[in-house]
Design a protein around this ligand. Structure first.
Ligand code: GDP
Ligand code: ZN
Length: 292
């Protein structure tokens, strides 16, 4: 039977199976031998053992579409990168770091600007102007007031979505809002998110029905520049990649080279200068890294 690992605790994996039941499973010794660790989000084949409890064993881990480390989760289809419009003011350096990381991991990201009740509409338009050229969709929400959440529910339908963003942006509030409408009857799920905020928690996957899942992942509030070569950074900017054929040099890093289409777009105002300047500072950051 097919299922999805929604939780892993002390060598047990909780598998939400296609029959709607959750089975507590042991992974076969073969995985340990092959040094494969099942991850929350893994799609697996299990053999159920109906006894006193709903138990089973994991026979096979199906091929992963994606996997992340810190948090260690598999098959993320979509990341909602949540920032508050205000309180705290959005740190675009951190937003860019999240986007770079997701590009590098090959996971689709959308930007959710929460606390829209605290900002003018023009504030959201700023984000669309800055991130639209890279192809990132920008959603506006006020999780606390359940505004904009229907659109996000529609967006994550049939997917496994994770919520990332700085502390205080409203990740928990948004997750609760997304759970709210779909999983009214349990209530227990949202409690799970509320409690233990300051204790060590493991990643969990919350099934919302219709093949839709939302990851409840602690520690998804920061992002470092991935361990890449400086030459690879430009490829993690979809907006720059589109312009690159117009640069004079094929290996243009869009830094000091003449006839650079990226710099020209900044001058014309079609590419945001802040976005470009942050790229240059990340580029220099990678360049100055000590190689071991
Ligand atoms: P997290 O740290 O990213 O999980 O953020 P929380 O969900 O804990 O929210 C941080 C604070 O922002 C809490 O006090 C929330 O009540 C508040 N908050 C969340 N969403 C909204 C919103 O849409 N509007 C406003 N004004 N406050 C919000
Ligand atoms: Zn260039």
């Amino acid at each position: 039977m097919k299922g999805t690992i929604i939780k892993g605790i002390g060598g047990f994996y909780y598998v939400y199976a296609e029959d709607g039941e959750t089975y507590s499973c042991k992974a076969k010794g073969a995985f340990r031998k092959a040094k494969i660790t099942p991850l929350v989000g893994d799609e697996v084949l299990i053999t159920p053992v109906h006894g006193e409890e709903i138990t089973g064993s994991i026979d096979e881990i199906l091929p992963r579409r994606s996997s992340l480390i810190r948090p260690a989760i598999a098959n993320v289809d979509l990341i909602l990168v949540v920032f508050a419009a205000r309180n705290p003011d959005p740190d675009l350096t951190l937003l860019d770091r999240f986007l770079i990381r997701m590009e590098n991991e090959g996971v689709e990201a959308v930007i959710v600007i929460n606390k829209s009740d605290l900002a003018e509409d023009s504030h959201i338009e700023d984000f669309r102007r800055i991130y639209g050229p890279a192809g990132y969709r920008v959603f506006s929400a006020a999780a606390k007031e359940n505004l904009g959440t229907e659109e996000i529910k529609a967006l994550i339908k049939g997917k496994k979505a994770a919520v990332a963003g700085p502390s205080g942006a409203g990740k928990s509030s948004l997750t609760n809002a997304l759970l709210g409408g779909i999983h009214m009857e349990t209530g227990e799920l949202s409690e799970k998110i509320q409690r233990g905020k300051h204790t060590t928690r493991h990643a969990e996957l919350i099934p919302l029905g219709d093949e839709t899942f939302i990851f409840d992942t602690p520690g998804f509030s920061s992002a470092d520049i991935p361990n890449i070569e400086k030459e690879e950074l430009r490829d993690l900017y979809p907006d720059f990649v589109k312009l690159e054929p117009g640069c004079r040099f094929a290996m243009c890093m869009h830094e000091n080279e003449p006839d650079c289409a990226v710099k020209a777009a900044v001058e014309e105002g079609t590419l945001d200068s802040g976005r470009y300047e942050r790229y240059v500072s990340f580029y220099r950051e990678i360049k100055s890294r000590i190689k071991y």
